[in-house]
Design a protein around this ligand. Structure first.
Ligand code: AMP
Length: 326
């Protein structure tokens, strides 16, 4: 398969999820960080290359579904084991959840293999997976200067902190939840956390605030105008993005992954070799909007059914809701 200018390479988990919310329950659902990320990215660009591993129990219908969205599954390894499975339960406040069960299964001894024709993708997403797997993917990349965006989670901050720090030195953008950012940086102040995360390597950090949106912190490009914002006397670019307000949240699983996928897909669609702060800011708004659709149904049901027109309409509404004329 030829590698086009705006390909996105996505590695992460492909899962079967079991989800409980205060009002409903879903079993044997399509889940996994890479699944949500790839579907979200598919609204903005193509081809999308998926790297992951599935077991013999993984339904063919999901593979067909990926392909129907322009997502190549050539990089999906098929194992004789069982697919990775995650079970979670949401609290009354849907920003909080507990992991009930994790069946690592085929992820146990997995080493991601990036097919040669995908390794030169200009935009790469390391969706949530073990930082060692993220590093293994980075080692296989062949583009001169790919833009690498990565996600992580509390588990890796606890059990793979050193490896996560290695990842951070090699990426361009990190997305992380606010509670994880506070834990990781050992501070309750999110401005301090953002500054510390930038200090660990990436030029851009997005701290996600669930239903309250996200904050983008970027290193200020040298040479131009001074930045409007300083943190601890240093120039940074900052953007506070609102979330699209929802009256009903069915299942927020995968919202963060969808955010990341839309962000990466939008950047890739620009077909640039370097992204400005304005580009990344716009990508964050798309991330916020696409994540809102994911929350409206279980699994990828709403995310996969939305149209580009609906995404654009929600983006316009979010702009109206979150800016004022004077
Ligand atoms: P999010 O709600 O954006 O944090 O993403 C939830 C998705 O992450 C679910 O579909 C899970 O299958 C997947 N997931 C949960 N735990 C892990 C893990 N340890 N490694 C990789 N993916 C995971």
């Amino acid at each position: 398969m030829p590698n086009s200018e705006n390909a996105v390479l996505i590695g992460g988990s492909i899962a079967i999820d079991n989800i409980k919310t205060p009002t409903a329950e879903g079993k044997n659902l399509l889940g996994g960080s890479a699944s949500y990320t790839a579907i979200a990215a598919s609204y903005f660009t193509s081809p999308i290359h998926l790297v992951g591993i599935i077991g013999k129990d993984f339904p063919q219908q999901h593979l067909d579904h990926f392909e129907s969205k322009g997502i190549s599954t050539v990089g999906l390894e098929k194992s004789e084991g069982d697919t990775f499975s995650w079970s979670g339960e949401y609290h009354e406040n849907m920003n909080d959840r507990d992991t009930l069960d994790v069946a690592i299964n085929v992820l146990e001894d997995w080493t991601p293999k990036v097919p040669a024709e995908m390794a030169s993708a200009p935009v790469v997403v390391l969706a949530n997976m073990h930082p060692v797997n993220q590093l293994q993917m980075i080692e296989q990349l062949t583009a001169e200067k790919p833009f690498i965006a990565a996600d992580t989670m509390d588990l890796w901050i606890t059990i793979a902190n050193d490896e996560l720090h290695e990842v951070l030195k090699k990426i361009d953008l990190l997305v992380i939840n606010e509670s994880e950012a506070r834990d990781f940086c050992k501070t309750s102040n999110l401005m301090v956390a953002g500054e510390r995360l930038l200090g660990k390597g990436p030029n851009n950090v997005v701290i996600k605030l669930g239903e309250f949106g996200a904050i983008l912190f970027s290193q200020h490009a040298e040479g131009g105008e001074p930045s409007k914002f300083t943190l601890f006397g240093k120039n940074y670019d900052l953007f506070r993005c609102a979330a699209f307000p929802l009256c009903e949240v069915a299942d927020p699983t995968g919202a963060g992954d969808s955010f990341l996928g839309a962000l990466a897909g939008y950047l890739s669609s620009l077909e640039k070799s370097e992204y400005t702060f304005d580009d990344v800011r716009q990508a964050v708004v798309y991330g916020s909007v696409v994540a809102s659709f994911t929350c409206e149904a279980f699994s990828t049901d709403k995310l996969a059914a939305v149209s580009k027109k609906e995404i654009e309409a929600r983006l316009d509404l979010l702009r109206d809701l979150s800016h004022w004329p004077s």
